[in-house]
Design a protein around this ligand. Structure first.
Ligand code: HEC
Ligand code: HEC
Length: 312
């Protein structure tokens, strides 16, 4: 019935609730027994403000009955609803059950909308205002904690609003990323290229690829050693979406483009994990989300219209 781990607490709550209601009833009954007719002379003996006295009269009957009614209400309530931890109530109501019903009702309402969106091409859906609004809500609830509410990401979490993609930026790739997740794995490479000095050389070569400030002599030495990196990042360093290896020739950095960070990346490796959402969101929601994410790097040619003009 309850979620308490120890059944003792179920009994504790149950006994406490029923005993305190019955105690109220017994106390009330004791008060009304041997009831004397109201007087205007007998006082409680207390005096306030010199001459203010209190008559010692029984509680009015209407007040007593009101109290009995509340006790009756409490007992009926415990019969109907899960007020004690042990008994679920005649109505079979539970907060979990109510939530389930409400979610089911919400799903039933949005089902036709999702069915319609399911048929619509991602690039068209991206400019549908209703789908865009739904996608934005889904994003804020499921993705913003990592990618930021503006989807611009942060260190280790990619920016989704630019045209630089680790795993591919076409609608199908985005949908696959959200459905099944991604695992970006760069192994520690320090030993493979020959120690700290070699790491510093390669790091300078990496900086030179994007035209960033670097030590030219070291970069020249690093160029050769970059051959091991080329397996994933490509001979030209432009990356490879098949393994999620970033483009090192642009000025866009997932972890940081200063010498110290690049040295750390090379010697210690990196591991970015994008969780799968197939189970939690399902195909229809992911389709709407993918359209929203795609639209972030492909702003609608203003003004936005229903159905929208085809994108570039
Ligand atoms: C097995 C494939 C693989 C090899 C080999 C590899 N990398 Fe990587 N590299 C990756 C992946 C994948 C990432 C992205 C990691 C992530 O998503 O967390 C990455 C990330 C990086 C980054 C971070 C880029 C950024 O935007 O912050 C740098 C710099 C880098 N690699 C340089 C190198 C260098 C230099 C070498 C060779 C010494 C190398 N990598 C070898 C796969 C590889
Ligand atoms: C727990 C944190 C986390 C959550 C939650 C999360 N992501 Fe990610 N996401 C990541 C990380 C980390 C990566 C980069 C993986 C890598 O390094 O290869 C990523 C990568 C991506 C990419 C690929 C970017 C590229 O350049 O190819 C897309 C698209 C994406 N996420 C969309 C989403 C969407 C949409 C949601 C919400 C359903 C979401 N993410 C939720 C952490 C998260």
């Amino acid at each position: 019935m309850s979620d308490a781990l120890n059944p003792f607490w179920d009994y504790y709550v149950c006994v406490l609730a029923i005993v305190s209601i019955l105690a109220c009833a017994i106390f009330l009954n004791a008060q009304s027994r041997g009831r004397k007719p109201p007087t205007t002379t007998e006082t409680t003996g207390h005096t306030w403000d010199d001459d203010l006295t209190e008559l010692n009269n029984p509680l009015p009957r209407w007040w007593m009955w009101l109290f009995y009614i509340t006790i009756g209400f409490a007992l009926v309530y415990l019969l109907l609803y899960p007020g004690t931890a042990l008994y679920g109530g005649v109505l079979g109501w539970s907060s979990k059950g109510q939530l389930k019903e409400e979610v089911a009702a919400g799903d039933a309402k949005s089902a036709p909308l999702y069915a319609q969106f399911r048929q619509t091409d991602t690039k068209i859906l991206a400019y549908d205002p209703a789908a865009h609004a739904m996608g934005e809500r889904l994003f804020q609830n499921n993705c913003s904690q990592c990618h930021g509410s503006d989807a611009r990401g942060s260190r280790g979490f990619p920016n989704l609003t630019d045209d630089d993609w680790l795993h591919g930026g076409d609608p199908a790739a985005i949908e696959e990323t959200i459905m099944d997740g991604r695992h970006g794995l760069m192994p520690p490479m320090g030993a493979a290229i020959g120690g700290d000095e070699a790491v510093l050389d390669v790091a300078n070569y990496v900086l030179s690829l994007s035209g960033s400030a670097h030590d030219a002599a070291r970069a020249a030495l690093g160029k050769e050693k970059f051959a091991v990196c080329a397996a994933c990042h490509g001979a030209d360093g432009k990356g490879n979406i098949a393994v999620g290896a970033p483009n090192l020739t642009d000025q866009i950095w997932l972890y940081g483009g200063d010498l110290k960070t690049i040295v750390a990346t090379i010697s210690r490796g990196r591991e970015g994990v994008m969780p799968a959402h197939r189970e939690t969101l399902g195909t229809d929601r992911v389709h709407v989300l993918a359209a929203y994410v795609w639209s972030l790097s492909h702003p609608a040619p203003a003004p936005v219209a229903q159905g929208g003009p085809p994108p570039r």
